[in-house]
Design a protein. Structure first.
Length: 229
């Protein structure tokens, strides 16, 4: 049973208070579909992660990205209903190929996956109303998958909201599968070539979502800076 969202956010504030130090010069370039309610926004704020909000539909998205590039520590492609297949092509290739750590969530996974050559297929087992399905995290041991670091015993299973009309047909070439469900073999993957971590489940109201967002910024994005230095 999921806890009430306000209680969930309060727990995050207590749990992470003073735990990590953000870098104001390494911000998250958040890209949100206009159709999204952006449920991860409050969690990012509670985690003290610096971010700027942009939209899939911004005509000057690439220009904004280039002007801020020196201060971008990571990119998050957020989720939302897929309006049409053309929406998958709205993110400029220069952003997807920037090699800046990228987290694709829900629709964000579909954007990255199709950019890497995968195709979307109808998920016949999906339902119109949001429900809870069991997601099995695979190939994500603490020693080699920072995105899932310190989340219980991995590989492990977690009950999360998961309802999508589409799924990708197969693992993009060169990627590693990091999450799956019974009816969605590739519910998450890591692509070392583009430095992308992608999950097809929402993080805004997921009990492990706060840890995934924290890991992405503090263990992946800021660690990337240390490697470059």
């Amino acid at each position: 049973m999921f806890k009430k969202y306000k209680e969930f956010l309060n727990e995050i504030q207590v749990k992470y208070n003073g735990e990590n130090t953000p870098d104001p010069n390494k911000r998250i370039f958040s890209i949100v579909p206009n159709t999204s309610t952006f449920p991860s926004e409050k969690i990012l704020k509670y985690l003290k992660i610096p971010f700027d909000v942009h939209y899939f539909e911004d005509e000057d998205l690439e220009e904004k990205f280039e002007s801020m590039k020196d201060k971008i520590g990571g990119i998050i492609l957020h989720g939302g209903p897929l309006a049409d297949m053309e929406q998958l092509k709205q993110i400029p290739k220069s952003i997807l190929d920037s090699n800046i750590p990228t987290l694709g969530i829900c629709l964000g996974l579909e954007v990255v996956a199709t950019h890497l050559g995968a195709k979307l297929v109808k998920n016949e087992d999906s339902i119109e109303n949001a429900g809870h399905k069991r997601t099995t995290m695979i190939d994500c041991k603490l020693s080699d998958c920072d995105l899932f670091s310190d989340i219980g015993d991995l590989p492990g299973t977690y009950s999360i909201p998961f309802n999508h009309k589409y799924r990708i047909d197969s693992r993009p070439t060169g990627t590693r599968v990091i999450a799956s469900t019974i009816d969605t073999p590739v519910a998450g993957f890591y692509d070392p070539k583009t430095n992308s971590w992608c999950v097809q489940f929402g993080l805004g109201e997921t009990l492990i979502g706060d840890k995934i967002l924290s890991n992405f910024y503090y263990k992946i994005c800021l660690n990337q800076k240390q490697k470059e230095d």
